[in-house]
Design a protein around this ligand. Structure first.
Ligand code: HEC
Ligand code: HEC
Length: 176
């Protein structure tokens, strides 16, 4: 059945979907295309959690993982990494609001979260499905190089990791 303007309902629906789809692409493009993660404001996080290794982006793990970790900092992968109670509370809060399963998570963070089984509480980013998928072409002979050592050393290959930036264009793999 045609309406007065000669547009049938199917055409109209196609038009609505096309316009809607395009605007979605525009508004979501940065979150989708560039591997940039939101980082906690201020210096506390990078100072406290970036002194022994990369200050990992909170969006790489879900809330439950960070909560568990922040409750066990006196035995953190075999090290005592305890911090003052105000710092611990501040950092826990900022990890939670920027975690992979927070309601404001970007598309990429949602994908990271959906690859983690609901009953798992991973403590290692390097053991998550998304991380493995992204790095399955990086051979051990590369990441065992002196300036890298372990895949958990993100900042060796992603020089701006402490700002949450992991984009492909910024990857620099040390040659030794
Ligand atoms: C005293 C040093 C030290 C401090 C401070 C420290 N860590 Fe760690 N962290 C370690 C060590 C050691 C490991 C294990 C590294 C390994 O086995 O490759 C680790 C591992 C991790 C991992 C797992 C990395 C992976 O393999 O995917 C995360 C996540 C992490 N730390 C988060 C934090 C957070 C959050 C803070 C701040 C609240 C913090 N760390 C502070 C020493 C530290
Ligand atoms: C040995 C160097 C190396 C280390 C160490 C490393 N990465 Fe990567 N990473 C790469 C390479 C190479 C790619 C690109 C893979 C591709 O595009 O096929 C990549 C891709 C990524 C991407 C996706 C980038 C995009 O544009 O989609 C993310 C996110 C990422 N890495 C996070 C991390 C995190 C987090 C760590 C540490 C826990 C880490 N990486 C450690 C080399 C490394």
């Amino acid at each position: 059945m045609k309406n007065t303007m000669g547009i049938n309902w199917k055409n109209l629906l196609t038009l609505v979907l096309a316009v809607g789809g395009a605007s979605m692409l525009i508004t979501q493009a940065p979150a989708n295309d560039e591997a940039i993660f939101p980082m906690p404001a201020g210096k506390t996080y990078v100072n406290e959690c970036g002194s022994c290794h990369t200050a990992y982006a909170p969006g790489l793990l879900p809330i439950r993982s960070w909560r568990k970790m922040m409750n066990e900092m006196d035995n953190h992968f075999g090290e005592d990494a305890s911090l003052s109670e105000p710092d611990r509370l501040e950092i826990t809060k900022s990890l939670e609001i920027l975690a992979a399963d927070d309601i404001q998570a970007t598309q990429r963070m949602r994908r990271i979260n959906s690859a983690i089984p609901a009953n798992a509480v991973p403590q290692r980013i390097t053991e998550t499905g998304y991380f493995k998928f992204m790095h399955d072409e990086v051979r051990p002979s590369i990441w065992k190089r002196k300036k890298i050592g372990t895949l958990a050393n993100c900042i060796a290959c992603h020089p701006r990791a402490n700002e949450g930036r992991y984009g492909e264009r910024e990857i620099r793999i040390p040659q030794q």
